[in-house]
Design a protein around this ligand. Sequence first.
Ligand code: XMP
Length: 211
Amino acid sequence: MSGLILALDVYDREGALEIAESTADYLWAVKVNWPLIIGSGLKIITELKQVTGLPIIADLKLADIPNTNRLIARKVFEAGADYIIAHGFVGRDSVKAVMGLGETIIVVEMSHPGAKEFIQPGADRLIEMANELEPFGVIAPATRPERVRYIRSKLKPGIKVITPGIGTQGGKVGEAIKAGSDYIIVGRSIYENENPREAARRLSEEVKAWS
Ligand code: XMP
């Protein structure tokens, strides 16, 4: 199965709730990141859940010592988040601290050009760690379908591959799904569109067509 995830990277509460409500019919989940949490407070997670009825992914890319990761993750899960994204490069103990509290998605590679500097060279070890810890999923870059294919080929079958980088960053839905992506993350190509509902509808049709 494949699904579309909205990356709701806006600051303002009303705008976020309006976009989420208008696009919810076409989404599998809504992803919130620091911009929205800083702009609208942690309660936005609870509100988005109420308004959309969808799973909420907190993309905090946690990268701290186990105790701090745990303190942050506890509050975020309490607010209603269903999944948290954590960095893997900080090591097993930090990731396990998050996984002990709820469903976790581990970053094993990133979509921006700078990812080639440090993250990509360590990807094999991050994939190995994911196979050992068995999180809900891993993040892989839709901007580099060959890397999505590689990561999928190395991952245990049950672990989902979730790919940002579609649209504004240049990635394509079809290429990401053909390469093994289970869930497609799209932000600006939806929320910056003058008709976010229509943009989400088109993308979800594309996701369905390639699944
Ligand atoms: P756009 O506007 O580019 O937003 O569609 C993409 C969303 O996904 C996040 N993002 C990433 N998260 N690894 C991650 O863990 C990545 O490689 C990556 N690339 C983009 C980004 O923060 C935004 O919320």
